[in-house]
Design a protein around this ligand. Structure first.
Ligand code: TRP
Length: 338
């Protein structure tokens, strides 16, 4: 029996990966996968993506881009299982078992569902507050629980916005164990450091919903153009700048060493023009991205190589999920009659 905890996280296959994803999720997850004390499981949450994205090409493209990105930044599939959620039908079977145990009231309290209802009420839809809300959105936390519990995910690195889902998972798993015996492992959330929040072009948190992102893989020219668009104030070049309130500096810091960061902070305090600050940020990011960019181009030119990695990951994952699901089926009473 291996006693190492399983570290597991899902990445929704919506959109194109950006610098914020690199600092907040991709880089820490890849580093964690090299920790000899954990088993890492990373999966492309395409069942979750289907909740918001009803565009087959967009789902497929995002799956390819995200898988290629993780591999381009050095994820080693021998160290971390990388799989596509929809390749693991066992997750859905567990989802149903958990659905049967989950109190409807618990789902009524989910933040995402409540926010959707609140938006409808705000729009004057008192007579139909559930307008446009699918059962997929409503059941989201149960599917996420199954993702985690299926692979005994003891440690789950997530952003703070996902904390409620982790609490729900513990709640649902506790109920299963109470009724059917101690089969499920209650997960702990590993909340990422708030200082890892990356600011976007407009100075708000970098997020695809704000459309203020810098994609990881674009040509140098485009990267430079985007960086030049970062919002700044009109302080004259020679005047001292506070690095801690600057979006440009925060992006530099997120991807520079401690020494580089200290040296750059000094230049800000002495006075630096925003144009020059942007140029230095561009040069730094462009150099950092050069190698992954090449690997990414090579991978996306050969999608069959990525497909192979994902299939092998799914095969290994199913080899674990299958026997475990058999145990859970038996626990709930699905067993041979004689
Ligand atoms: N809900 C997560 C998000 O939006 C994605 C996700 C799906 C996930 N299943 C998961 C994260 C399981 C951790 C564990 O970011």
């Amino acid at each position: 029996m291996n006693q190492k905890p399983n570290l597991l996280t899902g990445i929704k296959t919506t959109g194109t990966p950006h610098l914020g994803n690199l600092a907040g999720a991709i880089r820490p997850a890849i580093e964690a996968s090299f920790d000899p004390d954990v088993h890492a499981y990373y999966f492309l949450a395409d069942y979750h993506a289907l909740i918001n994205v009803w565009d087959p090409e967009a789902i497929a493209r995002s799956t390819l881009e995200i898988a290629a990105t993780w591999l381009a930044f050095g994820l080693d599939p021998e160290r971390a299982l990388l799989y596509r959620q929809s390749d693991i039908p066992e997750i859905l079977e567990l989802t149903w078992m958990l659905t049967c145990l989950t109190a409807k009231g618990l789902m009524n309290r989910a933040h995402a569902y409540k926010a959707a209802v609140a938006a409808n009420l705000e729009a004057g839809l008192e007579e139909d507050p559930d307008r446009g809300i699918t059962m997929g959105l409503y059941n989201y936390p149960i599917l996420m629980s199954a993702d985690i519990l299926m692979f005994k995910g003891g440690l789950v690195p997530v952003g703070r916005d996902q904390l409620q889902h982790l609490e729900m998972t513990r709640d649902i798993a506790g109920r299963f164990n109470h009724h059917f015996g101690e089969h499920l492992i209650l997960p702990e959330a590993l909340i990422s450091d708030e200082s890892a929040v990356i600011m976007g072009l407009d100075g708000r948190k970098m997020s695809k919903s704000y459309e203020n992102t810098i994609p990881l893989f674009c040509e140098s020219k485009k990267l430079r153009k985007l960086i030049m668009r970062i919002k700044t104030d009109s302080t004259p070049p020679e005047e001292p700048k506070d690095p801690d309130t600057s979006t440009i500096f925060s992006l530099y810091r997120a991807f520079a060493s401690a020494e580089e960061t200290a040296a750059m902070a000094e230049r800000y305090r002495k006075g630096i023009g925003w144009g020059e600050a942007k140029q230095l940020l561009f040069e730094h990011l462009d150099a950092m991205l050069a190698e992954p960019r090449e690997r990414y181009a090579e991978l996306t030119a050969h999608p069959e190589k990525i497909e192979k990695v994902l299939r092998e990951g799914a095969e290994k994952a199913r080899a674990e999920a299958g026997p475990y699901l058999a145990e859970l089926r038996e626990a709930v009473g699905f067993k041979p009659l004689g």
